[in-house]
Design a protein around this ligand. Sequence first.
Ligand code: ADP
Length: 387
Amino acid sequence: MLSWRWIPVGGGRRLILALGLFYLLLAVVTAIVPTSHDDSIVGILTVFGFISASGVVLLVGGYRLPHTEVSPRFYADIARWCLTGIGVMVAILTLYHVQPDTGLSEPERSLPILTGFSCVAGFGVGMYDARAKTQTEKLERQNRLLERTQTQLEESNERLEQFAYAASHDLREPLRMVSSYLQLIERRYGDDLDEDGEEFLDYAIDGSDRMRRMIDGLLDYSRVDTQGEPFEPVALDAVLADVCTDLEVQIVDTRAEIEFGALPRVEGDADQLRQLFQNLVANAIEYSGDEPPQIEIDAERNGENWIVSVRDRGIGIDPAEQERIFEVFQRLHGRDEHPGAGIGLALCERIVERHGGEIWVESERGSGSTFSVTLPAADERPLRTTH
Ligand code: ADP
């Protein structure tokens, strides 16, 4: 590794141009100064050609440097490599020359020709080295920028989470008050109200219930990252069995059929995975249309991950709406058609993101939906599930 630092940063290119000029002049001088050896015109022209070629390469190379991707900070390094080339060649030739029984027959010609070539070789090596350094510098700059952006994003995410948490947490108390007083009015004065009054009170109670569900959903949403448990191997078939137990009432009421075989083990937070599949299966039941819901859950290995899919044969989703449904409070149906707070899929997306995966839906209106998530496989390789 070269450690010379005596070429100023701006002087590297000038030095390369000067070397080019030097070899051109040397070519002219070698051609016009007579020597004691073969002075044929062909010999003179050959020597002139060799030396001047090195000069031209250095001149053109030095001139074109600003048009290359090499950063000017590394021009001095290229110049150092040129000088190293010359130095190494001079050392070799000197060693060769001082050996007994050998020696250069025409040092005044071989020295400029060979040092010219080695200087050009040094230029080539220098360009390669400078390009690599420029690339490294560029990558380091981009990395720093990315790190800064990532830190800013994390900070702003954290602030948003804190805001959502504080807002939803603090809203719960006044809302609880509104709900309890509405219930009190209903209990105490319900009989005195006329038909309109009862209807208005029902709307108010329904509104406050809905707001409570939304706030609870927002609280869950804002806690996914901060209040999650550390990851551990989780058996998905056990998770799905629990989900079916939790949804037993809906399953029985709708006569839903849910099929899943030996599902794999994934690395994750068991409670959050239960929440994820509970939302997906509950939606598959809710949006199954008039027929009893038929739901299949299966898994397919994809590199380090498992793709787990929940498939229903329900009402389906228009492709144009498929992005929107993962946003907070976005719903495609009125509450009179299907109840819901519109936060289930947003919560699913956030849980899957915490597990480093993705969630997506494949669907057409009227022909069912398949929601798929990628989750990291647990260390040991589980059996592949087939349906
Ligand atoms: P909600 O709690 O209101 O169901 P979600 O976030 O879970 O909210 O779902 C958002 C919207 O996505 C729903 O209003 C519904 O229109 C649509 N959706 C979700 N799952 C399905 C499904 N399996 N089939 C058809 N539409 C669905």
